[in-house]
Write a protein that binds this ligand. Sequence first.
Ligand code: NAD
Length: 289
Amino acid sequence: TAELMDGRVVAKSVRAETARRATAFRERTGTAPGLATVLVGEDPASKVYVANKRKSATAAGIADFHRQLPETSGEEEIAEVLETLAADPAVSGILLQLPLPGGADPGDLIELIPATKDVDGLTTASQGLLARNQPGLRPCTPSGVVRLLQEPGIPLTGAEAVVVGRSELVGRPMAQLLLHEDATVTMAHSRTRNLADVTRRADVLIAAAGVPGLIGPQHVKEGATVVDVGIHRTAAGLVGDVRTTEVAGRASRLTPVPGGVGPMTIAMLLANTVTAAEMQYPDSTAEGR
Ligand code: NAD
């Protein structure tokens, strides 16, 4: 039966390493790295996410610059806040919590975040740097997945990797990061025919479709590593995109939900914030990417 890959353990070591880097940055420059979280409205799930991010940042020695805006804020008000934070040298990283109220398109607002402060890696500039494999800030969830795979030394060079999902936040950058690790990458999505035929090729299968229980044993090659990015709240608790109990009989390694990819996302956000601070401070050498 598959070995569980514990994201809590890896996330803890990333957080500890980030706290050391934050201290070193503060000693060198006299100021701590700073993270600005921008929350528009009162969505309960978003409030919990932002509270967790702020708490973890503070624990890692990152200064907290939170901005709460009313539900009724127009694009101009949000833009003004983002521009002020973009110009503030104490703010290393800016995170606009999504979704915006009423499903407003965040596209133009995200572009107001400078690439050096784009800790979610969502701006066009950051996407371009990723596509070209140049130094920059990478989306937190996929970079957390890569870290989770690297920790136990799962071979990626030449490996068959299949990513299910092509979103801008997860699937697409995930595929690009795996490509930069020299995996042979296939992307599957909602229009893919015969999904199981595609996913059964995978040595490393990443499920990021946002469909509860989409991936069963028939989708998995014997001995594969299966990473479950999905998070769904059900009456029975949190579940992922993978039917874990059934897949455990075929996979060699598997991430649990909760306690797999989830904890890595926040850890990588903190690491990105320190990397951002290092990139902005002229005389410091950027560690990490
Ligand atoms: P999304 O809805 O933006 O994208 C889903 C992608 O999956 C799309 O590209 C779509 O083409 C594909 N897809 C949908 N149905 C499919 C099907 N039946 N077969 C194959 N492909 C299919 O979602 P997202 O933002 O990429 O998030 C995906 C999941 O990951 C969600 O469950 C989300 O909650 C979770 N998530 C987890 C974390 C974390 O920290 N663990 C972070 C972000 C998102």
